[in-house]
Design a protein around this ligand. Structure first.
Ligand code: AP5
Ligand code: MG
Length: 216
């Protein structure tokens, strides 16, 4: 199954993707995670991406499309994939359509996580992520058993550099102007299924799972 997760920063895309890929056994492809890994490693692409990510702005379509094309050609995507945070612009959506058509594939489901803008800032500033395995926590809504330590691998938890109040404002504006129009793009293809992302984490997972299994 080929799935897209959409939703504003902090909607829960990464949190839900971690769970859904376990259930559906497809790789989780987060362009944000790819950029952060490249930035940590200091690769030429990471150095270029950092100029945008650190400001809360979108990386160029050219760089982003290149990364996704390379990733979708890997053998582990043959049986399906979950794209988290890509595409984010109409140009990216068109490029994805071309890539998939060339591979004889298509998107089966677009899951849109709906969360009111006024909840997103608190979610993002309270987020903590494991340095070792990338698991996501929240200091209030999904705290680890021991503060600052990952439940799954005992790795150290850190806060993303773009999760400051100032950067979150820019990220939300990018989403509204460049990504929200994609709902119309995929809506015309009758692919969008909205999920109430304000419910508790387990309930959101259950709703997504039902939709993907065709039970909702
Ligand atoms: P990316 O890493 O994708 O960031 P984002 O889209 O801003 O989304 P987030 O990862 O912040 O939020 P999320 O929806 O995954 O929420 P999460 O599950 O963590 O991209 C980062 C940057 O990379 C971009 O700004 C851009 O620069 C660049 N980039 C990436 N893709 C690009 C593209 N395609 N084109 C161009 N540039 C690109 O949850 C958030 C918090 O809320 C967590 O603490 C979690 O525990 C908590 N939480 C989750 N669900 C719930 C719930 N139901 N109730 C209560 N708390 C919850
Ligand atoms: Mg994420």
């Amino acid at each position: 199954m080929n799935i897209l997760f959409m939703g504003p920063p902090g909607a829960g895309k990464g949190t839900q993707a971690e769970r859904i890929v376990d259930e559906f056994r497809v790789p989780h492809i987060s362009t944000g995670d790819v950029f952060r890994a490249a930035m940590r490693e200091g690769t030429p692409m990471g150095i270029e991406a950092k100029k945008y990510v650190d400001q809360g702005l979108y990386v160029t379509d050219e760089i982003t499309n290149g990364i996704v094309k390379e990733r979708l050609e890997q053998p582990d995507c043959a049986g399906g994939f979950l794209l988290d945070g890509y595409p984010r612009t109409i140009a990216q959506a068109e490029a994805l359509d071309e890539m998939l058509a060339a591979m004889g594939k298509r998107i089966h489901h677009v899951i849109d996580l709906k969360v009111d803008r006024n909840l997103l800032l608190g979610r993002l500033t309270g987020r903590r992520i494991c340095k070792s395995c990338g698991s996501t926590y929240h200091v209030l809504f999904n705290p680890p058993k021991t503060e600052g330590v990952c439940d799954k691998c005992s790795g150290e938890l850190y806060q993303r550099s773009d999760d400051s109040e100032e950067k979150v404002g820019t990220r939300l504006d990018e989403y509204t102007t460049k990504t929200a129009p994609l709902l119309e793009y995929y809506g015309q293809k009758d692919l969008v299924r909205s999920v109430d992302g304000e419910q508790d984490i387990d309930k959101v997972t259950a709703d997504i799972s039902s939709l993907l299994r065709g039970k909702a």
